[in-house]
Design a protein around this ligand. Structure first.
Ligand code: AP5
Length: 222
């Protein structure tokens, strides 16, 4: 499709399925996936200065200071691939101040997706989550068990996925969600994330396809 590349933000509580949907979105739409959680975890494992600063906040289930995350995201967004292919921002902005930082730089999404899932399900999803450190793929011990014994043996658990820390992350999400929403109300779409992942993706897919078509039309006209 011709036209300007898509700019997408995906938001939702911890374990609402953002990372899972992003895998599927990237496969179909080829957008550059920018996940602040993934970027920060990579900094932590590489033992960088950013990683060392971020680690204690992440392990406690708290937000990493805005200036660290904002510098990381804006640097990533300005790289040529994100400009050419379009971007999918996952886990940012997470506070009103972060949303304002993007507004000041005139960085705005075409669509703001919110995945909605009840609290008790979020906790079960976090506690059962496992990650493949080799491929980055997200699994769940009950919902999405690994395909082979070999993968199973190398899966890791995130240090912030204990029940207690999930509750704290959820609380922080709720404190910030409303203020961020006010910035993106005109492009917001809520999606019921408490359904099988392919069903959720079906809805995400048709939303993004529609936005993409509309953008192509506007570009042609303009
Ligand atoms: P981040 O990594 O962004 O964590 P999060 O927002 O808490 O989101 P999660 O990664 O926990 O969940 P998800 O929605 O991606 O769900 P997933 O697809 O994995 O951030 C981590 C930390 O980094 C933060 O706490 C903070 O410290 C720091 N940070 C990050 N961004 C920041 C920012 N902007 N500012 C400051 N600090 C920041 O799915 C979860 C589980 O459910 C999986 O096991 C999956 O298999 C399963 N699942 C998924 N979909 C379904 C479905 N439809 N049905 C059943 N199970 C499903």
């Amino acid at each position: 499709l011709a036209g300007e590349p898509l700019k997408v933000m995906i938001s939702g509580a911890p374990a609402s399925g953002k990372g899972t949907q992003c895998e599927l979105i990237v496969k179909k739409f080829g957008l550059v996936h920018i996940s602040t959680g993934d970027l920060l975890r990579a900094e932590v494992s590489a033992g960088t200065e950013i990683g060392n600063k971020a680690k204690e906040f992440m392990n406690a289930g708290k937000l990493v200071p805005d200036e660290i995350v904002t510098a990381m995201v804006t640097a990533r967004l300005s790289l040529p691939d994100a400009q050419e292919k379009g971007w999918l921002l996952d886990g940012y902005p997470r506070s009103y101040a972060q949303a304002q930082s993007l507004e000041e730089r005139k960085i705005r999404p075409d669509i703001y997706i919110v995945l909605e899932v009840p609290d008790e399900i979020l906790i079960d999803r976090c506690v059962g989550r496992r990650l493949d450190p080799l491929t980055g793929k997200i699994y769940h011990i009950k919902n999405f068990p690994p395909e082979t014994e070999e993968i199973k043996a190398r899966l890791v658990t995130r240090p912030d996925d204990t029940e207690e820390k999930v509750k704290s992350r959820l609380e922080i999400y709720k404190q910030n969600a409303q203020a961020i929403l006010s910035t993106y109300l005109s492009v917001m779409n809520k999606i019921d994330g408490n359904r099988p992942k392919d069903v959720v993706f079906g809805e995400v897919d048709s939303l993004l396809s529609r936005v993409q078509k509309d953008k192509a039309k506007t570009t042609k006209l303009g």
